[in-house]
Design a protein around this ligand. Sequence first.
Ligand code: ZN
Ligand code: ZN
Length: 260
Amino acid sequence: MGCPRYDFHIHTKYLGCANSTMEVPAIVEECRRLGATKIGITDHLNSLDKLEFHLHIRRDIEELEDIGVAVYFGVELNFTGCDGEFAFSRRIKEEYGFQFAIGGIHSTYLEEYDVRKLVEVQHRHHIRTCQDPLVQVLVHPYWFSKGEFDRNGWPWFNFMRVVPESYVRELGQASRETGTAIEINGTANLMNPNFGEDYFKEYKDFLSILAEEGAMFSLGSDAHDIGHLKAVREVWRVVEELGIPEDRIWSPGCGPMAGR
Ligand SMILES: [Zn+2]
Ligand SMILES: [Zn+2]
């Protein structure tokens, strides 16, 4: 049984986040070469003043021709602050034509280092994300920005064993109950050079427990450079290694914006 060849987390140059190699036609071509059958472009929406930039992405997807990959138009959401909301609404989704939203926490929201508090804040936001009816995918659980830790002089988060198993089971159950997929992310988690072998091994144990609880999963490279799209192959490999069945792999419930 093979893993579906999907990548539903890809950035572009249009929002200034990914580099200039990440133009829609080049992304699609590289994904096709890698063997992907369905992909989603998901640039950041951290604040509403950036909304108009997403229309460039949409236009480029609509202009794609003869591509052999199903391409969806999505968006990645971030909290506006600790316990803040996502900068998103049903009206924005409809007006801009976003076909799906992925989202999650992108900061520790800590002023002082405390590993128990760190994990608790992440967990709370993971559960909130699962419960948000406008978000279909919880992105990169237990990814952290190395820069944030370095700036503060905190010990780096390089292990998953500090996450209580009860949290992991609760997250898996939240996914099963809400249908929100938990992302398996190539560049942020599985292949992030800031993490080490212990983290990678423990991360797979984390995914196994989520799977035991009946979680849904989404697959994504989170590429910001054309050369990083291939990280999704490690995601596909891990899905096969863990024996996660095909019917637990999420894709949008609608048809693509381009391709088939
Ligand atoms: Zn992210
Ligand atoms: Zn991202």
